[in-house]
Write a new protein. Structure first.
Length: 256
């Protein structure tokens, strides 16, 4: 929608300062205009939103649609964490799947919210002791490629095993770094599912997986596990003790 040109003197004063900012909140305004009361700041920001100079994302958070480079920044401003799962895969160009869900990994916060006025939803996923393996890139915190793949394997229902397999094939992976997260996890079923997936990818797509990766994962085979948490018909793999209830053809549908 077009902007309504008329601004009051105070709105103009505020707009001159924030017009080149991506994200605006009352704390930012207060630092520059300490004489403004909180109620006045809220009123001014709300008015700039109504006149289409700003867009309100959530509560006290606004953004300038002409300046905002990424909604990932909005997501991380709402709650501290790092961009992960399929959102990180998109950042690294490891998937072409776009579902308008921004995944933010947190230590212990879980919530799903909509960004007002957009098609985007933010889903905050707590990973507890696995809240690690992220870095700062392009002014956002995001998981490394290796941690992104690990997190996807940890939460396969949110991504889909087919998308995970495709990401592995496209990624340049530091395998030592990748396996370090499994050493932290001490999760046998995760090792079995990962080993099975990498094994069929090595056989079918010639994915180059170092032998030490398989040696580590094979040491953690214990009880039979399902590849995905569903009740679909399955085929049992004796090597990894994995019930493949997805099927190789579907896992590698992007390759076949």
């Amino acid at each position: 929608m077009p902007k309504k040109n008329y601004l009051s003197r105070e709105e103009q004063r505020l707009w001159e300062y924030i017009k080149d900012k991506e994200i605006i909140d009352s704390e930012l305004v207060k630092r520059v205009f300490p004489d403004f009361k909180q109620s006045k700041i809220h009123k001014l920001l709300h008015s700039l939103g109504k006149k289409n100079y700003l867009k309100r994302a959530r509560k006290d958070i606004y953004y300038n649609p002409e300046q905002l480079k990424s909604f990932y920044k909005i997501a991380l401003r709402i709650r501290n964490g790092y961009i992960g799962l399929s959102s990180a895969l998109r950042y690294y160009n490891l998937t072409d799947y776009e579902d308008f869900t921004i995944f933010v990994i947190t230590e212990n916060f879980r919530k799903k919210i909509d960004i007002k006025g957009t098609d985007y939803t933010i889903e905050f996923i707590p990973l507890g002791k696995f809240f690690t393996g992220f870095e700062k890139k392009d002014e956002i915190y995001i998981s490394s490629i290796e941690k992104t793949l690990f997190d996807c394997l940890l939460k396969p229902r949110l991504i889909g095993i087919t998308n995970i397999a495709k990401a592995f094939y496209a990624a340049e992976i530091d395998w030592h770094k990748f396996i370090s997260f499994f050493e932290l996890a001490k999760n046998n079923s995760l090792c079995q599912r990962t080993g099975y997936l990498l094994d069929i990818m090595k056989k079918k797509t010639k994915l180059k997986v170092p032998q030490f990766v398989f040696e580590f994962l094979l040491k953690h085979i214990k009880y039979p596990v399902k590849l995905m948490p569903n009740k679909a018909p399955s085929k049992f793999n004796k090597k990894w003790l994995v019930e493949d209830n997805v099927g190789e053809d579907k896992i590698l549908s992007w390759w076949l």
